[in-house]
Design a protein around this ligand. Structure first.
Ligand SMILES: Nc1nc2c(ncn2[C@@H]2O[C@H](COP(=O)(O)OP(=O)(O)O)[C@@H](O)[C@H]2O)c(=O)[nH]1
Ligand SMILES: [Mg+2]
Length: 445
């Protein structure tokens, strides 16, 4: 797509389909301040000082459209780095449309999604990763996620990439030097050193690649399954955590048969909480299907809460035992019925609320351990895809080198790795990246 940043672009920056008290319309590009003054009538002085909020009437050929507030920004001190105007009008789509139409008829064009941010990138107001962060921030579902994105956008990943590229260049320089001496000079010891360096690079990117799982769950919600024998209080806990009577609770075993899920937030993490049938031997066909679904789900969820009423540390059912220990938490329920000694286990009463806070803390802890001490994260699919490509290239380079291929083969893989990393930070192929990246952006940003 051809992007000229000489056009004056216009778009609503606020939600458009709903009626809100106010809306913001944005314009960017050389000449936009003059363009606006053709429609804006203000009682005060005729000159429009930049960064000064003014009140006045917006008029088109048919007369008054709306009374508005308006602020102008002079390049380079604006979001896009160009001259810009923001118009605050009443949030009726009728006024928004009319105001935009009056600007289109004077030569502005509608902005493409993300085009304001794209101009900011082109004009050096922000780097690519930070721009991408703007989009992710708008899409963030929880405060936790937003904080993560803020910490990440720009800084840590850029540094990580810089350090990696530095190491790659050193390896390649070394390869150049050895190739110049002729292949027979590369002894076994040197090959070991080279293998070690490649291995370290792989490990570095493997760690980064692993963060994708966490942030992916962050985007779609961590799946937490409540399981255990019938009647232990699964549905009661579920209802308590989702703060509504969502699942049917009775004293009869076998009440819950299907999977029931609700989205909630615990400690800032978006969680899809799943209630399920009690696990037992049963002749009831429907219940059996429900139980089979649980066994399928066990390996797909991020965490399992295994509820039981017994005081003993009873062994759970077989299928659960197959899961790694850190994937499930044993919880003793109905602590209000008889006092129990703490034996390191989670003890809760959905009736009195005892232990629920501790349980929530444990859930957050378990779900976020993967990220403890991890300074760099991948926060979106574009980054994930590039890093998994990088990892594949590095692993192939390592495998082929171990299989006896020469250094120049390694070097050519490292070239493509550097290309991919350049794409990640926006140093190479910026236009293409922007096209793909901003296709998902919302209008007016
Ligand atoms: N005293 C007490 N009873 C509970 C508690 N949680 C659940 N129950 C009762 O245990 C029975 C079974 O609860 P339910 O949530 O349907 O268990 P599920 O079969 O595991 O889903 C119901 O009669 C609940 O009222 C609790 O914390 N304390
Ligand atoms: Mg139930």
């Amino acid at each position: 797509m051809e992007y000229s940043d000489r056009d004056i672009i216009v778009a609503p920056a606020t939600a458009y389909q709903v009626r809100a008290p106010l809306a913001i319309i944005r314009l960017s590009g050389f000449g936009c301040i003059d363009m606006v003054s053709l429609c804006f009538r203000s009682a005060g002085s005729r000159t429009q000082n930049p960064w000064e909020l003014r009140y006045g009437d917006w008029c088109d050929e048919d007369g008054l459209v709306d009374d508005v507030m308006l602020v102008c920004y002079r390049a380079p001190r604006s979001y896009t780095g160009q001259d810009m105007v923001e118009i605050f009008c009443h949030g009726n789509p009728l006024f928004i449309d009319d105001i935009i139409r009056s600007l289109l008829s004077r030569g502005a064009r509608r902005a493409r999604p993300g085009e304001f941010t794209m101009r900011a990138v082109i004009n050096g107001k922000m780097d690519l990763l930070r721009a991408e962060g703007v989009h992710d921030l708008i899409e963030a579902n929880t405060r936790y996620q937003a904080d993560l994105i803020r910490r990440q956008s720009g800084g840590p990943l850029v540094d990580f990439v810089k350090e990696s590229v530095e190491e790659i260049l050193q390896i390649q320089a070394h390869i150049e030097a050895t190739i110049d001496y002729g292949e027979e000079d590369i002894d076994a010891l040197e090959r070991d050193v080279m293998t070690g360096r490649l291995q370290n690079l792989c490990i570095r990117f493997e760690r980064l690649d692993e963060t994708a799982g966490f942030t992916k769950s962050m985007r779609r919600g961590f799946r937490v399954l409540i399981t255990g024998a019938p009647n232990v209080g699964k549905s009661t806990l579920f209802n308590t955590l989702v703060k509504q009577e969502r699942a049917i609770v009775t004293h009869l075993p076998g009440t819950t048969r299907d999977l029931i899920s609700e989205e909630i937030e615990i400690g800032g993490l978006p969680i899809v909480l799943i209630d399920s049938a009690g696990v037992r031997d049963t002749r009831d066909e429907i219940e059996e299907i429900g139980i089979a679904k649980i066994f399928e789900l066990l390996h797909d969820v991020d965490l399992v809460l295994y509820l039981s009423e017994s005081d003993e540390d009873e062994p759970p059912y077989e299928q659960l035992k197959e899961l790694p220990k850190e994937k499930w938490v044993a919880v003793k329920t109905k602590s209000d019925l008889k006092p129990v000694q703490t034996c390191g286990r989670m003890i809760i009463s959905a009736r009195t609320g005892e232990g629920l806070e501790r349980l929530e803390q444990e859930v957050v802890l378990r779900l976020s351990t993967a990220m403890k001490g991890q300074p760099v994260y991948l926060i979106n699919q574009r980054q994930e895809e590039l890093i998994s490509d990088v990892l594949r290239q590095l692993q192939t380079a390592l495998d082929e080198y171990r299989a006896g291929f020469g250094e120049e083969v390694v070097s050519s893989y490292l070239n493509s790795v550097r290309g991919l990393l350049g794409e990640l930070t926006g140093e190479t192929g910026v236009e293409d990246i922007l096209d793909r990246m901003f296709a998902n952006f919302c209008l007016g940003k």
